[in-house]
Design a protein around this ligand. Structure first.
Ligand SMILES: [Zn+2]
Length: 332
């Protein structure tokens, strides 16, 4: 995948502001042309036979490969596959989602776009969240802090009508999340990775470290025995034993504690503390996407990155979103 090679430019690759957004995306054709350029920056490549070359265009959205004659569309095989929502609405949602520093709740998106149903807004947000993890992203490196924290979430965020939501009793769940934060020199934080885990055993935390952190990196943890094998696995493991220490945890593990506080504030603020436990992973993906791009000079750049990944992402159906597959399951 060559999606991050050329530096995109404001005003050429993405709109500089809302007024430019309106100029660019006034019609479905304009939106399709934009997504086509993002999906095939060097020109159409047939999803069926992989032969490159300008396709036949039988209608505004049908593309036919000159080599194998298979028909496809710009949105087939992406998160926009088979959507009934106009692309103009999708792009406006992407713009709003990336221009709000802390994101948006489904109810907020429904209101600002004037969408008919809460369910539509909810599904759009979840499809975009699927596009927030870039395939093949690099592992963290350098000095990385790792620790676990509990998040308190309420299972109110379900795609049902407002009346049902109001009448339903909400339950609060404590979920354990493991956090990895790169520490920069002389100070500051780099990128992060998050994952929900079932418990704080080595079977849970070690695969997370291996998936997220480059071997050879210096990994700082507390005294927990779960991390004991890290040195053997090729990491430069630094253990800080807290027990009886006079240094409080928020000082000795400053990065993890800062990130944990930000996630908690984000869930309480943007999402009103209401995240269904089954969908927590998707919310964590969104948080990582935002955090790792927090210094991006332009919000338009985030819009561009999100759509770029959206057209490179497998299609997601409504039932996929409602019943998410475990992360380890390979999607067909
Ligand atoms: Zn073909």
């Amino acid at each position: 995948m060559d999606i991050h090679i050329v530096a995109p430019e404001a005003g050429r690759d993405y709109p500089r502001n809302w007024s430019e957004f309106l100029d660019w995306f006034g019609s479905e054709e304009a939106c399709l042309a934009y997504l086509e350029r993002l999906r095939w920056p060097r020109g159409f490549v047939c999803p069926n036979c992989a032969v490159a070359g300008e396709p036949y265009r039988s209608s505004r959205s049908r593309l036919m490969c000159r080599s194998c004659a298979r028909q496809s569309t710009v949105t087939a095989g992406t998160i926009f596959d088979k959507t009934r929502t106009p692309l103009r609405v999708w792009l406006a949602a992407a713009w709003y989602l990336t221009n709000q520093k802390h994101g948006v709740s489904a109810l907020g998106l429904q209101r600002v776009l004037g969408l008919g149903g809460y369910e539509t807004a909810w599904t759009m947000l979840h499809r975009f969240r699927r596009a927030m993890v870039r395939p093949g992203r690099e592992r963290l490196n350098g000095v990385v802090e790792v620790d676990e924290t509990y998040l308190s979430i309420t299972d109110r965020d379900t795609p049902v009508s407002t009346s049902v939501r109001k009448s339903r009793k909400c339950r609060t769940h404590q979920v354990l999340v493991v956090i990895a934060v790169e520490l920069l020199q002389p100070k500051g934080f780099g990128r992060i990775r998050l994952s929900r885990i079932a418990n704080d055993s080595d079977e849970q935390v070690i695969p997370f470290v291996q998936a997220c952190i480059e071997p050879g990196a210096r990994v700082r943890t507390d005294g927990s025995a779960a991390y004991r094998s890290l040195s053997k696995l090729g990491y430069d493991h630094q253990r800080t034993v807290m027990l009886g220490s006079t240094v409080p945890a928020h000082v000795s593990m400053a990065g993890v504690h800062r990130v944990a506080a930000l996630i908690k504030r984000w869930i309480l603020g943007t999402h009103h503390g209401s995240v269904q436990p089954a969908h927590l992973d998707a919310y964590l993906d969104e948080f990582v996407f935002r955090f790792n791009r927090r210094r991006s000079a332009s919000r338009g750049m985030l819009f561009y990155r999100l759509l770029q990944q959206a057209v490179a992402t497998d299609p997601v159906t409504y039932s996929d979103v409602v019943r998410p597959l475990p992360k380890s399951v390979k999607r067909a």
